[in-house]
Design a protein around this ligand. Sequence first.
Ligand code: ADP
Length: 164
Amino acid sequence: MTHRFPEDGQRTAVFAGSFNPFTVGHLSILKRGLEIFDKVIVMIGHNASKKDDSENAEKRVEELSRLLAPFGERTEVRICSGLVAPEAKALGAVALLRGVRSVADFEYERNMADINRDISGIETVILTAEPRYGAISSSIVRELRSYGYDVTPFLPASPLSTDN
Ligand code: ADP
């Protein structure tokens, strides 16, 4: 495989996911990714076949862009309407950024990383979850919220602190 380095010397990664919602676990991966890469593009997966999803996706891009504004030019939020790996490549990203909480996550992420390398030649950098966030998932947050539980401890504080 030929390895090409970006001409401007900027190392950009793409952190893609559903982020429905974006949790403190996601924020931890993003901040740690920014210790490794110059820029991290957060890509919100969008399901073109689902009704109302485009509008929702646009709204989530706006909300998340506002939340991540303190990182300035080092982050950017976009919608991904196709396959992540080729879109990331087209944006000049050198890697995909992902997080793993468990062995189950790892099995899934390893398969995705292998396939994405095969189809686009893009590498995946996988960070292990901080133990304090290891049990947090968007689906658990959505479920708790549906029962009226206060989920603010699982969501990034707004305004955001850019420290760790
Ligand atoms: P997807 O729908 O692609 O799984 P998610 O929005 O659930 O997207 O997650 C995006 C990435 O963030 C995945 O790599 C996932 O493993 C990781 N992630 C999710 N929650 C956490 C967490 N609490 N700690 C670390 N990584 C996490």
